[in-house]
Design a protein. Structure first.
Length: 295
């Protein structure tokens, strides 16, 4: 390969990379379907854990014993085998039960960080994981502000596990299994626009019952799961230090550069190695046919 051909190909690769980035921006700007959402009213939750059972049943996970009240003795986190958990918190207003799962952020950091689109933000809102695209980098885990994705460290064929908002049920016109199982309407499903409106109306209509804050309306640019509470959210296990700026926006310039770096740098190094090898071969041939020449 001639040097000029190598440089020409490198420039073509660079132009292609810029085109890919531009296409990504255009796709992001394209009008999407309205996101779906779940509103959690923690003032209604009774800690029955029916949602945990429904989630496990729907997704083929081990079925928890929702009659076991000892689980409330400590705060639990999600695991690869349990995509949602209900915890009990002792607050200024007494005990409050809170369901926890993937928040399905409007601009999900996990899907932005994923180099292969294995972690994927679907058109109507749910963030799902696609096994056939995953390369096991686990960037999704370290990028999530809610520490949601879980890796099956002890599996021979590990997966990234988390709530997918019953994506297949939604595609068939259903609602999430956890929402369907709630006996006290602590969970309500609909479009995000409607859930924000309902949450805001409740706060306005019952100011003595709710604090004036819909968690997830603005945190990290907005999330698919919204919460109402009668006490400040830091008392029931939520981070209160999150910006209203989407997490991907904070690293947007870097993330746009990553595909270019990954594409061009290996090509550049490989080309340099190729040219070096070509020069060495030419020198060896010259020495064979002109052993007495010195230069």
């Amino acid at each position: 390969m001639e040097r000029r051909d190598f440089l020409k190909n490198l420039c073509i690769a660079g132009a292609s990379a810029v085109g890919v980035a531009a296409a990504g921006e255009a796709e992001a700007a394209h009008e999407k379907k309205e996101f779906v959402s779940v509103l959690v009213d923690t003032t209604r939750c009774i800690g029955c854990r029916n949602c945990e059972v429904a989630c496990a049943t729907e997704n083929g996970l081990p079925i928890p014993d929702n009659k076991d009240k000892t689980v409330f003795d400590a705060i639990r986190e999600m695991t690869p085998d349990q995509w949602t958990v209900v915890n009990r918190f002792d607050t200024d207003n007494g005990e409050i039960f809170v369901k926890k799962q993937c928040m399905h952020c409007n601009q999900a950091a996990c899907s932005t960080a994923c180099l292969t689109q294995a972690m994927y933000k679907t058109e109507n809102g749910p963030v799902i994981w696609r096994a056939n695209k995953c390369m096991g980098c686990r960037f999704c885990m370290v990028s999530c502000p809610f520490v949601v994705p879980k890796f099956e460290y002890h599996s021979a064929n590990p997966k990234i596990q988390k709530c997918i908002l019953c994506y297949e049920r939604l595609e068939d016109g259903g609602i999430p299994a956890c929402v369907e199982s709630c006996p006290v309407d602590a969970l309500q499903f609909g479009t995000r626009r409607d859930m924000v409106r309902i949450a805001r109306n409740r706060v306005a209509d019952f100011p003595e019952r709710y604090i004036d804050h819909v968690y997830g309306e603005n945190e990290v640019g907005g999330t698919g799961w919204l919460y109402l509470s009668e006490v400040p959210f830091d008392q029931i296990g939520f981070r209160d230090d999150l910006s209203h700026e989407p997490v991907p926006a904070l690293t947007q310039e870097f993330l746009y550069a990553v595909p270019v770096v990954f594409l061009l740098w290996p090509a550049f190094l490989n080309g340099m190695r190729y040219m070096k090898t070509e020069d060495e071969e030419e020198t060896q041939i010259a020495e064979i046919y002109n052993p007495g020449d010195e230069s």
